[in-house]
Design a binder for this molecule. Structure first.
Ligand code: C5P
Length: 221
C-alpha cells in the first residue's frame, strides 16, 4: 500500500456556525449546516492527516477518524483553535458570527406590554482566521472560505491579504444558489472558486463531498 500523502500532518478545521447568546434562550447565528466543513475534515483524514475539527452547533454527526471539539461561540472557537496550534495546516470553513451582543442577559428577557422590543448592542467578534494567519505559530498552509452575495472575487482577493491566507475558497450565496435544502447553505452541492496569489480557478458545481475530496488533494499537493 502506498503511504498516505498527509500521514503525520496535523490539520485544524473549523466548521458550522457559532451561536452568540442574547439571553439563556435566544441567540444570533449564521446559516451553516457544517456539511462542507465536516466533509473537508473527513477527506483530509482519509489522506492520513491527524485532523482536529472545531465545530460550532450542528445537527450532523462528528466525522469518523477525526478528533472533534464542540463549541458554541466565536470566542470559544478561537480558544479551541489556538490551543491546537502548532499545526501543519488550518482550514477555516466555519461561518463565524461577526458580532456578538455586548452584554448577554443572565436571565430570559421578558416581553413587557407597552415597552416595545429591546435594543441589542453588538460588538465585533475576533477574526479567528486572521489571528492564525498572522500568528507567529502560523501553520504552513492557511485556507479560508468566503461566502458572498456580491463582488465575490474582489472580496475574496481582499480577504486573502487581510487574513493572511494562502487560498480563499469563494462561494456565491446570492439568489437561487443561496439558502435552503437545494442552495449552498444547507444543501449538498456547492460551486466554488479557488482564489490565491496565482489567480482564480473556477471549479464546476459538484457535491460538497467532491469539493472536499478535491480540496484535500490540493492541500496535500
Ligand atoms: O470575513 P468573512 O467572515 O467573510 O471571512 C470568512 C472566512 O474567515 C472564513 O474562512 C471564516 O471561517 C473565517 N472567519 C473567522 N473568524 C471570524 C470571521 C470569519 O475565522 N470571526
Amino acid at each position: 500500500e502506498r503511504p498516505k500523502p498527509l500521514a503525520g500532518r496535523r490539520i485544524i478545521v473549523t466548521s458550522g456556525p457559532t451561536h452568540e447568546p442574547i439571553d439563556p434562550v435566544r441567540y444570533i447565528a449564521n446559516r451553516s449546516s457544517g456539511k462542507q466543513g465536516h466533509a473537508i475534515a473527513a477527506a483530509l483524514a482519509k489522506l492520513g492527516a491527524d485532523v482536529r475539527l472545531v465545530s460550532g452547533p450542528v445537527t450532523i454527526a462528528d466525522p469518523a477518524c477525526v478528533i472533534t471539539t464542540h463549541v458554541e461561540t466565536a470566542a470559544e472557537m478561537k480558544g479551541a483553535v489556538e490551543s491546537l496550534l502548532p499545526a501543519d495546516a488550518a482550514v477555516f470553513v466555519a461561518a463565524v458570527a461577526d458580532w456578538r451582543t455586548a452584554n448577554a442577559a443572565g436571565e430570559k428577557i421578558k416581553k413587557v406590554a407597552g415597552e416595545g422590543p429591546p435594543s441589542l448592542q453588538m460588538i465585533e467578534n475576533p477574526d479567528i482566521l486572521a489571528g492564525v494567519g498572522h500568528n507567529r505559530q502560523r501553520p504552513g498552509l492557511v485556507v479560508g472560505f468566503a461566502a458572498e452575495t456580491q463582488d465575490l472575487i474582489s472580496n475574496a482577493e481582499a480577504k486573502l491579504k487581510k487574513k493572511g491566507a494562502d487560498f480563499i475558497v469563494a462561494n456565491d450565496v446570492s439568489h437561487e444558489s443561496g439558502i435552503g435544502p437545494s442552495g449552498v447553505m444547507g444543501g449538498d452541492r456547492n460551486k466554488v472558486r479557488i482564489v490565491s496569489k496565482a489567480g482564480v480557478e473556477e471549479w464546476p458545481e459538484m457535491g460538497k463531498d467532491e469539493v472536499a475530496t478535491r480540496l484535500a488533494a490540493l492541500i496535500a499537493e
